[in-house]
Design a protein around this ligand. Structure first.
Ligand SMILES: Cc1cc2nc3c(=O)[nH]c(=O)nc-3n(C[C@H](O)[C@H](O)[C@H](O)COP(=O)(O)OP(=O)(O)OC[C@H]3O[C@@H](n4cnc5c(N)ncnc54)[C@H](O)[C@@H]3O)c2cc1C
Length: 336
């Protein structure tokens, strides 16, 4: 059981900044995120895009903003459960919640802050019969650790940046023993530079490029051993492989949070703007995941919401203590 003061569900920019604001009040945080890395939409969708409306930064890359937020949170030593989705919440007493992930990791705290943004990013899965039987047995929808594929034969499917980038990475760095890239069309949606690199790697024989084709079947005894690829004109071939990695992007969905008894409106959690508390005392919702009159889904609004929510959380945990606002310029930042 991981014990902390505040469980933050979602390690996007809002969850990360909330660690800092909670730390100033001497409250410890533990973040849970279904993605393998922190940063939410900024890291997953647009790490290389510049953002122009973060106060004090005329321009900052989304990925750099996340690096800075991680650095800012560092003195307060947040804990992380990454690559696991929070699927269940239980109120075990007036002062204690237990949040459990899909992998069974349990977290306990008096306060839960939901900073789940657009929700859990779920992989878009190709319609292949029996595919789910091979999940985690050779079928992966996200590459968490490229070294996992050392010396393995991999069939990657997809035509966007993710499929191109990983096909390049696994082949160029001699990680996988064989890389095949299967794409429905003859042209790719990814960056021109990545497309050129794939073409060059295919010419050098380092990537087996199969376009105008789809993976339509999967087979193996208890683990992936082969896939069936259907080519537009040449028919079906069976290819032996150790891994099948469909990278067709991720789609967000509020997921299990929708079933936790919270007031939901249009796929978002209704909150009281006094302190961003939900209808369940002790649970707050901040950032893109919440809704109220005049809500703006902006990072700076989420920062404000997290700041007010931790003040309220402090009062809940320590009803007898009075919290006086202290400027960081006066008090500095004293970590744990
Ligand atoms: C292309 C693009 C450009 C943008 N440009 C700007 C801009 O210029 N300025 C601006 O202010 N905003 C911009 N935004 C919006 C901004 O990215 C969001 O407002 C911001 O990311 C919200 O932060 P968040 O922390 O609330 O949620 P998110 O960034 O969505 O992070 C939420 C995290 O929660 C996790 N999660 C959800 N449910 C669970 C669960 N049950 N268990 C575990 N983890 C869970 C998700 O995996 C995710 O990592 C842009 C968005 C996009 C897509």
């Amino acid at each position: 059981m991981i014990e902390t003061d505040i469980i933050i569900i979602g390690a996007g920019p809002v969850g990360l900044f909330t660690v800092f604001e909670a730390g100033l009040l001497k409250l410890r945080c533990h973040l849970i995120d279904s993605l393998p890395q922190p940063g939410g939409q900024c890291s997953e969708i647009y790490p290389k895009k510049p953002i122009f409306d973060i106060p004090g930064f005329p321009e900052i890359l989304a990925g750099d903003l996340i690096d800075n937020l991680m650095k800012q949170a560092e003195p307060f030593k947040p804990g992380f459960t990454l690559g696991e989705a929070a699927v269940d919440i239980e109120k075990v007493s007036e002062e204690q919640f237990i949040v459990t992930t899909n992998k069974g990791t349990k977290h306990s705290a008096p306060i839960v802050m939901i900073a789940g943004g657009l929700g859990v990013f779920e992989p878009r899965k190709p319609p292949i019969e029996g595919l789910e039987n091979y999940e985690e047995k050779g079928v992966e929808y996200i590459i968490k650790d490229p070294e996992f594929y050392k010396g393995k034969r991999c069939v990657i499917a997809g035509g966007g940046d993710s499929a191109l980038d990983w096909a390049i990475f696994l082949s160029k760095n001699n990680i996988a023993s064989e890389v095949s890239l299967v794409h429905r069309r003859s042209s790719f949606r990814g960056h021109l530079d990545s497309v050129q690199q794939i073409m060059d790697l295919a010419d050098e024989g380092k990537v087996n490029l199969i376009t105008e084709a789809e993976v339509v079947g999967i087979g193996g005894d208890g683990k992936v051993e082969n896939v069936t690829i259907k080519h537009k004109t040449e028919g079906e071939i069976q290819k032996e492989t150790d891994h099948f990695i469909p990278l067709f992007g991720l789609k967000p969905s509020l997921g299990p949070i929708a079933n936790w008894g919270l007031d939901i409106e249009k796929n978002a959690i209704k909150v009281d703007t006094l302190d961003y508390s939900t209808n369940i005392p002790g649970i707050y919702a901040i950032g893109d995941v919440n809704t109220y009159t005049n809500k703006l889904k902006l990072i700076l609004c989420g920062f404000h919401e997290g700041t007010l929510a931790v003040q309220s959380a402090f009062a809940r945990i320590y009803p007898e203590k009075k919290n006086v606002l202290k400027y960081t310029t006066v008090n500095g930042v004293t970590g744990f």
